[in-house]
Design a protein around this ligand. Structure first.
Ligand SMILES: *[C@@H]1O[C@H](CO)[C@@H](O)[C@H](O)[C@H]1NC(C)=O
Ligand SMILES: *[C@@H]1O[C@H](CO)[C@@H](O)[C@H](O)[C@H]1NC(C)=O
Length: 427
């Protein structure tokens, strides 16, 4: 009997180490030796600033930021804003990492103009009475020639996680008018959304077993699911009918901690963070059915959180280099800081690859960065990973989302438990 148990335990441990040994070694058990800060565009002290809400300090703990693009008649980009979802109360209410102490204080939306650098608070109009507001993933459809945009925000409300639908009108850009609350028994743990039309989207669910489970399960099972990188989470596609009814289908299952999701600009590809595996999955997308077919997986040197496709097609991936530090910051441990890391992922052309197919996966890459991604994540044949920003947390910590405006070469980063938004300009 004992022999059997030991055998089973050993096999499970071997599988665990085989699957997530790299992440356990580099992102859990040891602290990556990151610099104070590094920015690919030049000296961070000259290029980077942190924009804040100087009066009330509400641009804090922004899990997600996203571009709101205004297009002209020819679908060219005319104006671009950054929309920020910030929850200064996150240390009292976080349904992914805990705790679940106080859902009462409302979170904040802000609008940042990439042209003028001005900041404006966004009001929630027509918001249902008594309904909490705790934004996580969000995305807003581009406005075409002044038309209003649909905005979707994952909301960690107290009873369950919902998705709030708003309208943003370019004539009154600082008012988010609430349209409806989307709720479904399938919304077990929504985290991130990626729109496929003004009324349909992909939504990741990060855990099968959540913090919302009754005690003691809520405090143990999600941690086991995370630490063992159990492939229990999924990506779904949701279409909203004109009457508000939802059509829901699961398009990818068996993902360890499905987190950030993004659709490529031509609509043919979907990328998804598999956080606890330290990898980003790429899928080919059928644009008439929204079904997905797995195509590639690319390891990154941290636990990937939110992702976005930049204008030039690169996938921008941001995340957490050291999980225990994030937990320490979340738990308010004195002096705790947690690192930040943003990379780009680009497909490699066949000709580059053909040169030395055999040794290509053994190559060192990302050699400009003080801590090269290469030191942690093995190279792959299909994609190249390059560091855009990294910090040990002393300059900017707990990075959750990075956005790149390719027109100007500007990088925007928000931090799960960080104050303000990092803006790094071009040379
Ligand atoms: C989620 O909670 C809301 C109240 O905030 C309730 O109206 C809704 O029915 C709940 N949804 C599910 C699927 O339980
Ligand atoms: C997309 O799905 C439809 C319906 O199943 C199928 O007819 C079509 O061939 C698919 N397209 C691609 C590109 O696979």
């Amino acid at each position: 009997m004992v022999y059997k148990v030991v055998t089973i335990f050993t096999v499970l441990l071997a599988v665990l180490i085989y699957r997530s040994g790299r992440v356990l070694k580099h992102n859990v058990l040891s602290l990556p030796s990151l610099p104070e800060a590094y920015y690919i565009g030049g000296d961070y002290k000259e290029r980077c600033t942190i924009v804040r809400d100087e009066t009330a300090n509400t641009i804090n703990y922004c899990e997600d930021i996203t571009f709101w693009d205004h297009l002209d008649e020819q679908d060219r980009l005319a104006r671009r804003f950054v929309l920020l979802g910030c929850d200064p109360n996150r240390k009292a209410w976080n349904t992914v990492m805990g705790p679940l102490r106080d859902p009462e204080p409302f979170a904040f939306l802000w609008l940042y103009s990439t042209e003028s650098g001005s900041l404006h608070p966004v009001t929630l109009d027509n918001y249902p009475k008594g309904h909490d507001f705790h934004p996580l993933g969000m995305e807003v459809y581009p406005s075409k020639v002044g038309a209003p945009s649909n905005l979707f925000i994952v909301n960690h409300a107290r009873a369950n996680t919902t998705i709030e639908q708003f309208v943003l009108d370019p004539t009154q850009p600082t008012r988010a008018v609430h349209v409806r609350t989307l709720t479904s028994p399938y919304f077990v743990s929504p985290n991130s959304v990626a729109l496929t039309s003004p009324t349909s989207f992909y939504v990741s669910n990060d855990h099968l077993m959540t913090r919302r489970l009754p005690s003691p399960f809520g405090k143990t099972l999600p941690v086991i699911e995370s630490l063992a990188a159990l492939p229990f989470s999924w990506l779904a596609h949701v279409t909203i009918s004109p009457d508000g009814a939802l059509q829901h289908k699961i398009v990818a299952f068996g993902v360890p901690f499905a987190n950030g999701v993004a659709v490529s600009h031509d609509g043919s590809q979907v990328a998804l963070s598999a956080t606890t595996l330290g990898e980003v999955y790429f899928y080919d997308r059928n644009q008439s059915t929204d079904d997905l077919k797995f195509s590639h997986s690319v390891p990154v040197p941290f636990l990937p959180d939110n992702i976005m496709y930049a204008d030039d097609g690169a996938l921008i991936v941001t995340g957490h280099p050291h999980f225990p530090s994030v937990a320490a910051v979340a738990a308010n441990k004195p002096g705790a800081k947690a690192a930040s890391w943003t990379v780009s992922i680009r497909p490699i052309s066949d000709t580059t690859r053909a040169k030395s197919e055999k040794d290509f996966v053994k190559r060192a890459y990302d050699l400009r960065a003080p801590l090269s991604a290469s030191a942690i994540a093995p190279a792959v044949l299909t994609h190249e990973v390059e560091t855009l920003f990294q910090s040990d947390g002393s300059v900017f910590g707990t990075s959750a989302t990075g956005l790149v405006d390719t027109r100007t070469g500007t990088l925007y980063v928000s931090g799960l438990y960080e104050e303000g938004m990092l803006v790094c300009g071009p040379k």
